[in-house]
Design a protein around this ligand. Sequence first.
Ligand SMILES: [Mn+2]
Length: 293
Amino acid sequence: MIKNLFDNENAIFMGAKRSPDDCAIGIFGVNYDGTCSFKPGARFGPEAIRQVSSCLETYCPKLNKDLENIMYADFGSIIIDKNDSKSVIESVKSATNFLINKGLRPIMLGGEHSITTGAVEALVKKYPDLILVQLDAHADLRETYIGNKNSHACTMQRCLEVLPKKKILQVGIRSGTKEEFQFMHNNNQLVNFCPGGNAQELKQALLPYSKSPIYLTIDLDWFDPSLLSGTGTPEPGGFFWNDFEEILKTLRDFRIVASDIVELSPEIDKSGVSSIVAAKVLRSLILSLENMQ
Ligand SMILES: [Mn+2]
């Protein structure tokens, strides 16, 4: 089964295991950027995150936790048909199902944002009351984009279609069409959050969902391009590392059952800093997800 789904002959994230035995968390990559609208290159994201991960310490002083004490697996990247956006989403769904059936909490590495739909589709079978929290510069609520319903510009609209609860909280979105912003306001799903601010509004918005399973999708262009320039559609006016920690601190009181980190396009940022930031996001997620209910 693992053999048919994953290509795991390349690098591995920090001290990850290759097999699911005794693990709580499972990582997999999706090397796909077929619908990217501006600059492609997100297909190199998962590999870049793994490559630079050896530069990071396993210990996080903020959380006083060490990755060395956590069992997590890295299955490599899934095997996909890059020319068919629909089949890529199906493959993501199969991989996510594989991890859930093994009792693992999935963390998916992109790749472009369109892949999130596949993971969410798989998860709602197990968690019908799943809700989404999205960190992103963009609303991603278009009905179609350049003729493709599976474009990364439509991801949240596709997720809404498969979420029985129809609940997405979109944190600090700063780019989209007038219609997308209208839609977010009408559905009460835009959560205001400012660089350097506190996450009170997110906390308030999540209070009615204190028992709900949460899928956290992290489009790395949520960060400011001065910190993370290696992404296909950078957007000025973004967030910084402390802002991410503030969000994660708030989310730790809730119940994240799966997550993704998407849209790292490592070759755009020759310094490699973007890949390091992405790898540190992954480290923080593993440390945070490990003992959630
Ligand atoms: Mn985005």
